[in-house]
Design a binder for this molecule. Structure first.
Ligand SMILES: Cc1cc2nc3c(=O)[nH]c(=O)nc-3n(C[C@H](O)[C@H](O)[C@H](O)COP(=O)(O)O)c2cc1C
Length: 229
């Protein structure tokens, strides 16, 4: 499978979330060879969309001549896009959202009603693409936290998507937390193996993965105890 990972964490290789994504990729590789490319989005020159709609009216040609041209080509050549990002203010970090905005050239201005809502008609063929969101966050709770990012992902990619969310993810960068993070990474590796085999992850495993690694009160106490030290 040709896999393109869009690493939306500005921490690049030190990202808590990319550790989970790498575990998922290892699981996929257990089941066969994968052609994997990781893009650190923060390193790319991507101008903001200025909303001119030139791309939608002119066969996909964006007025900006920047790294997004190559990224769009890579997206279309891929089978699977993994959006790996930390939750920032209940959404995705701004550089990754900027990249998402700049995928507008893949669609035309024409709109159609599908399952009760409107979406743009494609002007490039991306019907083969599958999508995974892997998202970590700093709070121990998933409810009242991940919902906006999850909903945005579901609406942007209504078909062929898999969503993995993990709370308390700064623990992935704390050696002392290995006792709980290593089993969590193993669950995520298992999810990668399942995905490589079935192009989906069972809902029970996704539910298991989204459980906090330690009690939320304990996690909050540890974080609060370390503040100012
Ligand atoms: C600007 C900013 C906004 C954040 N917003 C949230 C948030 O809305 N909810 C949450 O649980 N954590 C939030 N966090 C915490 C990060 O999601 C958390 O530290 C995560 O582990 C960072 O992942 P990374 O190492 O992959 O970048 C925020 C962090 C930053 C820097």
């Amino acid at each position: 499978m040709r896999v393109l990972v869009l690493n939306g964490s500005p921490k690049k290789g030190n990202s808590d979330t990319i550790k989970m994504t790498k575990a998922f990729l290892e699981g996929m590789k257990d089941k066969g060879e994968q052609d994997i490319t990781i893009i650190d989005v923060i390193d790319k020159h991507i101008e903001f969309c200025n909303g001119c709609f030139n791309c939608m009216l002119n066969g996909g040609n964006c007025i900006h001549d920047d790294d997004m041209r190559e990224i769009l080509e890579r997206i279309l050549e891929s089978d699977l896009l993994i959006w790996s990002f930390p939750l920032y203010c209940y959404g995705m970090p701004a550089p990754l959202k900027n990249l998402l905005d700049r995928t507008l050239p893949l669609s035309s201005l024409a709109m159609q009603k599908v399952n009760g809502r409107y979406e743009h008609v494609a002007q490039s063929d991306f019907s083969h693409l599958r999508y995974i969101m892997i998202c970590g966050c700093g709070f121990p709770n998933s409810k009242m936290n991940f919902e906006p990012a999850v909903r945005q992902f579901e609406l942007c990619f209504p078909c062929n998507h898999t969503i993995i969310t993990v709370p308390e993810s700064p623990m992935f960068s704390a050696k002392e937390a290995d006792i709980v993070t290593l089993p969590k990474l193993e669950e995520i590796r298992r999810a990668g193996r399942e995905y490589a085999e079935k192009q989906m992850v069972s809902p029970s495993l996704i539910d298991e993965i989204k459980k906090p690694m330690i009690l939320e009160e304990q996690y909050a106490a540890i974080v609060n105890g370390s503040v100012g030290k």
